[in-house]
Design a protein around this ligand. Sequence first.
Ligand SMILES: Cc1ncc(COP(=O)(O)O)c(C=O)c1O
Length: 350
Amino acid sequence: MSLPVRSAVLQSPAYPFTPIDAPTKLDQNESPYDFPEALKKLALERVMGLAWNRYPDLNAESVRRAVARFEGWDEAGVVVTTGSNVLIGLITELAGMGRRVLTVKPSFSLYALEAQLLEGQLCEVPLNADFSLPFQALKRELERGEGVFYLAQPQAPTGRLDPQEQVLELLAAAGERWIFVIDEAYHQYSGSDYRAIVRNRANVLSLRTFSKAWGLAGLRAGYALTSPELAREIQKLVPPFGFSALHSAALEVALERPEFVLERVGETTFERERIFSSLQNHSTWTVYPSGTNFLLIRTPDLEAAYKGLLERGILVRKQGGYHALKGCLRVSVGTPDQNTAFIAAALELG
Ligand SMILES: Cc1ncc(COP(=O)(O)O)c(C=O)c1O
């Protein structure tokens, strides 16, 4: 029996992820460190003091205020949801349904998935062979039509950070016809920051997450920084009272004491470069430069590399599904000990 469901949904694949248990989990670009225990305790104390019988803020006002203070942004231009992936769905609903959804390929898979689910006209422009932006082709696409453009900076899953001048030219080509999304999920690890560019452009948006540098993937929280006008429209699509008071208490604690993030990002970027340089002399693997908390690595035989690592207790993510990433795996930067184990395993597998 076929279900009375839109065919776009029936024909879309589910999000491609299979949980696998392994002693060294380097497959989801998480922080290897939990939220600091002292802050967890503080958050729990606040949660205990809340009235659970009451609805939370209508639109996560207390967290939006805290994010606005932290980012130096107008609170009216902040939208908070349970993960930045929720925002990708909502922005596609806002500007991509029945219109154009433009991105590069390979890219974060959710841009294309949401476009498919919401019947957007998906256009994925292939990256150049060195993963640089297909700049002229993107400009041509942006110069015609309207819709939503998703660009991760740094990119995922390649890890590459593109020159800001190129993004500025793309912004000029897009004019005011496109909702221009700069997904900055990993920006702390590259030191890049598009806030100054997003400011004063009503149709441009920076997407940020608590899942990576903040080490709060389990909490589920992300936000958009944009103009008050665009934030107001996105907010209409967010379910009312959609952000729980428990979430809010934990995030407020994190945003009041963000110092731990900087230290961890420092260690992760140092460790990323250690893995990168250790693999330079690998006999068969090629590691690509990264501005994120993960590295993309090309191997001559993905299945053998993946299996060999897993046999040594190390779980990474296969990326070979994209034609341009044939043989590639993605490894998250872990603790120094985990990284040492990964380097040893990788060199052994050469
Ligand atoms: C580029 C990019 N954007 C967004 C996300 C989603 O993050 P969140 O955990 O906030 O939903 C990810 C997660 O891996 C990502 O890689």
